[in-house]
Design a protein around this ligand. Structure first.
Ligand code: MIC
Ligand code: SF4
Length: 755
């Protein structure tokens, strides 16, 4: 049995006392989010009330999940922590490193070959430290977690930003960097700023072409990529109860795109159906027994404005299908306005590829709805105009939809089934194109669409929609087509219209799988040896970072002033670089190569102040490092949005950048910087960003009296001899200041474990 029933019982046993204590402490009815958070406070913290968005609080999560691309760094750090075994149930999932090229079988075999060293490393570390290992081909972390480990009222962290997917089954599931995972696996408390709460009330019921995906596409349009920062989004209302658990998972998954800490739905009949359908009736029975604690209080949902910091209401009966994009997931277009938007903005109307599946939207229900459209293409003699690919989220889903004939339907329509892995979603896509310089469009049911994300091509306009809408567009091959109203000409010259999609929530014959791809760890792992070849290009043991020198940081050179969007994809690109995720020095050669230099509007070209010449960012930084000169990176709003990859924080740390100064940070990235002992600060007045000049030498003052809530001062020494000085903010608490001083949190853990 993969899930841990005893652990779940223990968590549920805590609920009544913790909820009662929380009621007393806050003096108010409680949201679901508060109940789950209070049930997971570290012992010392229970019985306290917290200021939302202000207080840092220690939690004790129940589980940790890691995907292969981030697990390498997480586990390299864990190996340094000096623990014999993980302190909480943990799993590793091999999903990100499989390249999509030809089709599932061939691609999987190629991946096993090319990534052998990394898979062997992850398998042996898992074996040694008591971590469950999901082999390549088993599926994508979030789908596998939903099917096997997520449980209502639980709390988990995962080294991937879409960890919130498990919120569909009522779990507070939060994406973090590997260093956070390392703490929790080492048995230390996990710290989070007590979140603000956003309530989303869903009324009505979905029908026709509208699906759960459209709920989050709409929410993304309302809240934008920053709107959920520091908040947990709680969905409730009759509309919420009408959505399948996997549909809810889709909504929570893509909540990462609005910057939310996580999103969550209450336990309800749909959750119970899913638990029973995935052979976890025992969990449903346990959850039923405490179900009043696994949803928000009635008073809260009756008057949400009084209890949430922000409330949004969406009527599912009126919700139109949406298409979001290009280049950002919050550019939301109701389908009725999309064709006009394509024309007005001159986006390429010809659709070249439609891609469905991924870690979100690969449930049985999603696949059956998309297949009902595919079936019509075949039956109505429509020729599919665009390329079409299907990425099942897990081997269990793949096996089941294959058994039930749906993969066959996609094949008839001309679709290609890819491996159960991230593939194109993370740029692991050997896309065939005759001309990469052509502006072109693709549409996916994935969650992200930043420039270059899927195929590395800046000319690709990527749009996001539900799998059924993606399928319809793939058939039409034209983004100005509206499947709800328009007809298509079939091979016999007739005008035909696509009927509304029909889906099946749970497989009638039940889920099935031959080999789910799970490998249990050794009972006693002490004899297991973990080998890392010192000459490896893909794995490198970590050296501790140096402690702070105890003085202000003076005379830093400006490495880059990044302009506009600077996501973790810009800071540490995925795709071709994924192969170096276990080798800090090698992956550092991609540091900030996607960021646009404010002064020349070019990526990967910055002025080296020592030579006056322009060169790539990593090489320039290595030159400063060789000369023992510290540098600073300046950035815009929501710096580091997107993924949880801590490489985006470790690379600058490794190469000698001393501080990141931006208008604002995305949550996970800010924590990652702090964990690695890097100084992450924000302009007190965002307009001061404009004062930073290309040849500046920069001082950061006030570090000798670095204290929570106390501003630091930045002094810019311009080339002409003039200076500018201004205050900067930081959010370091006392503990995080210790991390900074020690040169990283791990240096402290290592010391503690050694004592
Ligand atoms: C992503 O969707 O960007 C990823 C790839 O899953 C990342 C993790 C990574 O970079 O390894 C994420 O979302 O955290
Ligand atoms: Fe994988 Fe894409 Fe999901 Fe990230 S968003 S976990 S890359 S499928």
């Amino acid at each position: 049995m993969a899930f841990d029933l005893d652990m779940i019982k223990k968590v549920y046993d805590r609920y009544s006392t913790r909820v009662a204590a929380a009621r007393k402490a806050t003096g108010k009815p409680l949201t679901l989010t508060e109940k789950i958070l209070y049930a997971h406070l570290s012992e010392g913290e229970a019985h306290k009330a917290f200021a939302r968005g202000v207080d840092y609080v220690d939690f004790a999560p129940d589980r940790v999940a890691m995907q292969d691309a981030t697990a390498q760094m997480a586990l390299l750090q864990f190996m340094q922590a000096g623990r014999p075994k993980v302190a909480v149930p943990s799993t590793v999932h091999c999903d990100h490193l499989i390249q999509a090229k030809i089709g599932a079988e061939v691609d999987l075999n190629t991946a096993k070959d090319t990534n052998k060293e990394v898979y062997d490393f992850l398998a042996s570390v898992s074996d040694k430290y008591g971590i469950g290992f999901w082999k390549p081909g088993a599926g994508i972390i979030h789908q596998v977690v939903l099917e096997n480990y997520a449980f209502p009222g639980g709390m988990m962290i995962g080294t991937d930003s879409h960890t919130p997917n498990a919120g569909g089954l009522g779990m507070i599931a939060i994406g973090v960097g590997g260093a956070d995972a390392c703490d929790v696996m080492a048995g230390l408390p996990w710290e989070l700023k007590f979140p603000k709460l956003i309530g989303v009330k869903l009324t009505g019921k979905l029908s026709g072409w509208s699906s759960a995906k459209d709920v989050i596409l709409k929410v993304a349009g309302i809240l934008t990529v920053k709107g959920g920062t520091g908040a947990i989004v709680e969905y409730f209302g009759e509309g919420a109860r009408s959505l399948s658990a996997t549909g809810k998972g889709t909504i929570c998954n893509m909540g990462a795109e609005i910057g939310a800490t996580t999103s969550v739905f209450g336990y309800d009949e749909k959750a119970a159906i899913y638990l029973r359908g995935t052979k976890r009736e025992e969990i449903a029975a346990l959850a039923d027994a405490i179900k009043e604690h696994l949803t928000g209080d009635a008073e809260v949902y009756a008057n949400p404005e009084q209890y949430f910091d922000q409330v949004i209401e969406i009527n599912l009966s009126e919700l139109e299908p949406h298409v979001n994009g290009p280049f950002t997931p919050d550019l939301a277009w109701p389908i009725s306005k999309f064709a006009a938007a394509v024309k007005e903005n001159n986006w390429p109307a010809t659709l070249e590829v439609g891609l469905i599946g991924s870690c979100t939207n690969s449930s049985y229900e999603d696949i059956t709805r998309a297949a009902s459209i595919a079936r019509q293409a075949v039956d109505k003699h429509l020729k599919t105009k665009a390329e079409f690919t299907i990425t099942p989220g897990s081997e269990q889903v793949r096996y089941t939809v294959d058994r039930d004939g749906y993969l066959g339907t996609f094949a008839e329509m001309g679709g290609v089934v890819l491996a159960n892995a991230c593939g194109p979603c993370i740029g692991q896509w050997a896309r065939h194109t005759d001309d990469p310089t052509r502006k072109n469009s693709i549409i996916t049911s994935f969650n992200r669409n930043f420039a270059k994300r899927q195929d590395g091509n800046p000319n690709t306009h990527a749009f996001v929609a539900s799998p059924e809408i993606v399928t319809a567009f793939a058939i039409a091959g034209d983004l100005t087509f509206n499947p709800l109203t328009d007809t298509l000409t079939n091979e016999q010259g007739q005008q035909v219209k696509l009927d509304e999609p029909q889906g099946i929530e749970m497989p009638i014959k039940g889920y099935a799988v031959e080999d789910a791809g799970y490998q249990a760890p050794a009972e006693d792992g002490s004899k297991v040896e973990v080998k890392v070849d010192p000459k490896s290009a893909r794995l490198q043991l970590l050296d501790p970072f140096a402690a702070w020198e105890g003085t202000d940081l003076n005379g830093l050179k400006l490495l880059i002033k990044a302009k506009g969007k600077c996501t973790t994809d810009h800071i540490s690109m995925a795709g071709p670089w994924l192969k170096f995720r276990g080798h800090l020095d090698n992956i550092s050669n991609n540091m900030l190569i996607g960021a646009i230099n404010y002064f020349n509007n070019t990526a990967d070209s910055v002025k080296n102040q020592l030579t006056g010449e322009y060169g790539p960012v990593p090489a320039t930084q290595r030159d400063y490092k060789a000369n023992n000169i510290g540098t600073i990176v300046v950035g815009d709003e929501n710096y580091g949005e997107g993924s949880s990859r801590e490489h985006a924080a470790m690379e600058p740390r490794h190469l000698g950048v001393r501080a990141i100064l931006v208008k604002s940070f995305a949550r996970i990235h800010e924590t990652n910087l702090k964990k690695q002992g890097m100084l992450g600060i924000t302009f007190a007045d965002p307009a001061d960003y404009d004062k930073v000049q290309e040849d500046d030498s920069i001082d950061i003052q006030g570090l000798t009296s670095f204290a929570p809530g106390k501003q630091l001062t930045v002094v810019l020494h311009h080339k002409d001899g003039s200076t500018d000085s201004f205050a900067v903010n930081h959010t370091y608490n006392a503990q995080q200041i210790e991390w900074f001083k020690a040169g990283g949190a791990l240096n402290i853990i290592r010391k503690q474990m050694a004592n």
